[in-house]
Design a protein. Structure first.
Length: 389
């Protein structure tokens, strides 16, 4: 029974993974505000608060209409007092004082600028802020000690601030495919992250790579990066084990082949001519890898050169884990988080990008497709384009 007695009222489910969230929705004037507060809470190391605002925003993204009055919020889950106050103020006054003063604050702007540097997390940015640094230029000016990732982050700062377009992602897909097939024929490559959810731009391009013959994918990442490096296509790369798993995934012991699950954080050198060619017909990788030997060691300005820097993440997964990896790397981040929360709290299961563990039956549940995983979890299948929670 609906609390307002209106049988036609849509019932909003409380976990984001139970809902369809399209990319374009009707309430960005509210969700952008709530996401500022979420972001700010993250900058202040308050994860609980950050997630609360993000969940509130996400509920509004799933609404089939624009919120016009505070009554429209009745019966909606995940809207705490604070979020409701902010929404009410925006509905009545057009903006929220708290949101606007946060947006303008020196701390928020500095944290945004500094965490916007590839390789810089909240902790480091906060330390620099407290030391009086305010911008990427301040880091250079004061000669801060930087690791290799951060150096690359500064060097390509302007490029990496610019959104990556779908056309650029498609050209990079062709390059990655060519690289992977050169070193391992038969391997499969899938575009992940925001682009798989239908976004037209992104902050990076994410790929998942596997091979139908289990074990063939072992040792694949260094071969791919060597090939790319030989072609002069990489400006930066670092391959790591996936530490995300250990941090985020509760009690399930990952399968013992988890240490084969590698991730490469990289920065690609993308020829602009290749993107233009691609929009006309198809670019060959020869077009793509040529040129640009004379970049300067300091900051790169892509207006003056024929190429730009693009962040690319590569992940290699064993075939047996591919469905879990696919689900885990499609996002959105909140959708992923809610899937894991649903699994744990509602199903006594533990979901990761590697496996699904059933604590009641004490066993790992095998899956070949995302659909099977949703079914194990007792959830209606949500296609990638509606996981924009
Ligand atoms: P973007 O790139 O800003 O347009 O948006 P997304 O959604 O592509 O976000 P991104 O690239 O940070 O991450 C892609 C998805 O992969 C994200 O939705 C959740 C997942 N993901 C990110 N980092 C990790 C990780 O370290 N481990 C696992 N298992 N998944 C991750
Ligand atoms: Mg991405």
């Amino acid at each position: 029974p609906k609390p307002n007695g209106d049988p036609s009222a849509m019932q909003m489910k409380s976990y984001a993974c139970q809902r369809r969230t399209p990319l374009k929705h009707h309430n960005s004037f509210l969700t952008e505000a709530l996401e500022i507060l979420s972001q700010n809470a993250e900058y202040n190391d308050n994860e609980g608060r950050s997630v609360a605002f993000r969940r509130a925003a996400s509920v509004l993204k799933a609404l089939p209409h624009r919120v016009k009055t505070i009554e429209d919020l009745r019966c909606l889950p995940c809207l705490g007092d604070h979020s409701q106050r902010v929404i009410k103020e925006i509905l009545e006054d057009g903006s929220s004082r708290e949101v606007e003063s946060t947006r303008q604050s020196e701390q928020f702007q500095t944290m945004k600028a500094l965490t916007g540097i590839f390789g810089v997390g909240v902790r480091t940015a906060d330390r620099w802020f407290r030391e009086g640094l305010r911008s990427p230029d301040d880091l250079i000016r004061t000669g801060q000690q930087l690791n290799r990732a951060q150096q690359a982050g500064l060097q390509y700062y302007d490029d990496l601030q610019k959104p990556v377009t779908k056309a650029e992602a498609d050209v990079i897909s062709d390059i990655v495919e060519k690289a992977v097939h050169a070193v391992l024929p038969g391997a499969e490559i899938q575009l992940m992250g925001g682009f798989r959810r239908g976004k037209e731009v992104g902050h990076d391009v994410d790929f998942l790579i596997t091979h139908p013959e289990e074990g063939k994918e072992e040792g694949l990442m260094p071969k791919i990066t060597n090939w790319l490096e030989e072609q002069g296509l990489l400006l930066y790369q670092k391959t790591t084990r996936n530490s995300y798993l250990e941090k985020m995934d509760g009690p399930a012991r990952p399968p013992n082949n988890m240490d084969r699950f590698e991730r490469c954080f990289s920065i690609f050198k993308l020829q602009k001519s290749a993107v233009r060619c691609k929009s006309n017909s198809t670019a060959s990788v020869e077009d793509v890898s040529r040129g640009g030997e004379n970049e300067r060691p300091s900051e790169h300005h892509s207006e003056e050169s024929g190429w730009r820097a693009v962040r690319v993440d590569l992940v290699v997964s064993p075939y047996s884990q591919f469905a879990f990896a696919t689900l885990g790397w499609t996002g959105s981040k909140l959708f992923e988080r809610e899937l894991r929360r649903w699994a744990g709290q509602e199903k006594h299961m533990s979901l990761s990008s590697h496996a699904l563990y059933d604590s009641k039956q004490n066993l790992y549940l095998r899956a070949k497709t995302e659909e099977e995983i949703f079914a194990y979890l007792g959830l209606e299948f949500i296609p990638p384009s509606e996981r924009n929670a």
